[in-house]
Design a binder for this molecule. Structure first.
Ligand SMILES: [Ca+2]
Length: 287
């Protein structure tokens, strides 16, 4: 429970994490094109990323309207006694404007906490301008914020291809990706640039010059995971509501209740030694 100084002078403002509090499950939307979807001979970066979530004991739910790779799924091996979560929003061959339209259908069905956004390759391949693609990426972020104003967006650049012309075409967009992140980020809804390109070698990290093979998937997963884990709190709580009597008579005891949300990524249990702590100090001035 939380006891506020405005209510009871002289006591520290404290609350309890209730023993049965459920850990927050992080809903992660992998959003993009074929590099997010992958095909029927590869697992996609989503698989090694999921392994890292398992290793970190993070409760993550991949979300999306699709659960198959292009042409069908390989068998995703179980890992750590868990079964892979194949949901995603990676659409083979799609442009950012197509994704933008698709979100009108998809977003009513889920609410992402985190979006992994890797898109733009197809726009440039089809001759769309860099400026229009930048604008559409910004619109994607705005549209997701319409569903979740607190969403975290991890915005990546495009991984290199073996075709030099592709890389020449994509460079002006890649050069603008960090600026999109910095211009759109906010405390409430961070947009974090994720550099997938710099460590990626198209010759050794793709199976067809474009799409990541196992080593490319692992490199992508490492970058996504590093960005996500450094921008997501393992242990965090949000104050939701409180219920206290309008008056408290001298010498009487009263029950008060405080509802907190576990907004981190780990489940608190008695076994993990969760304990009382201060939270939401701005609420101390409530009367
Ligand atoms: Ca899922």
């Amino acid at each position: 429970m939380k006891l506020c100084p405005a209510l009871i002078l002289g006591l520290a403002c404290i609350f309890a994490f209730f023993p049965n509090a459920q850990g927050a499950t992080l809903r992660v939307l992998p959003l993009g094109d074929s590099i997010t979807q992958s095909n029927n001979t590869h697992l996609s970066y989503r698989y090694p990323l999921w392994e890292k979530f398992v290793d970190a004991n993070m409760s993550v739910d991949f979300i999306g309207s699709l659960n198959v790779n292009y042409g069908g799924n390989l068998v995703f091996p179980a890992y750590g006694g868990k079964v892979f979560d194949p949901d995603h929003e990676g659409h083979w061959g799609w442009t950012v404007d197509a994704l933008l339209n698709g979100m009108n259908t998809w977003l009513p069905n889920y609410t992402p906490d985190v979006v992994l956004l890797n898109a733009g390759t197809n726009d440039l391949r089809l001759g769309h301008s860099v400026a229009s693609t930048v604008n559409e990426l910004k619109q994607v972020i705005s549209k997701i914020r319409g569903k979740n104003p607190n969403v975290k967006v991890l915005l990546s650049n495009l991984t290199p291809k073996t075709n030099p012309e592709s890389n020449i075409r994509e460079k002006p967009l890649n050069d603008q990706i960090p600026g999109i992140a910095s211009s759109m980020t906010s405390a409430q809804s961070p947009v974090i640039f994720v550099d997938l390109a710099s460590s990626f070698n198209a010759s050794t990290d793709t199976f067809d010059g474009v799409h990541p093979n196992a080593s490319g998937e692992e490199k992508m997963a490492q970058r996504w995971f590093a960005a996500l884990s450094s921008n997501t709190q393992t242990n965090a709580a949000n104050f939701i509501s409180q219920s206290v009597p309008a008056s408290m008579t001298v010498g009487q005891s009263y029950s008060v209740s405080v509802t907190m949300k576990n907004s981190g990524t780990s489940t608190w249990t008695a076994a993990t030694g969760y304990k009382l702590g201060s939270q939401n100090p701005q609420d101390n001035t409530r009367s």
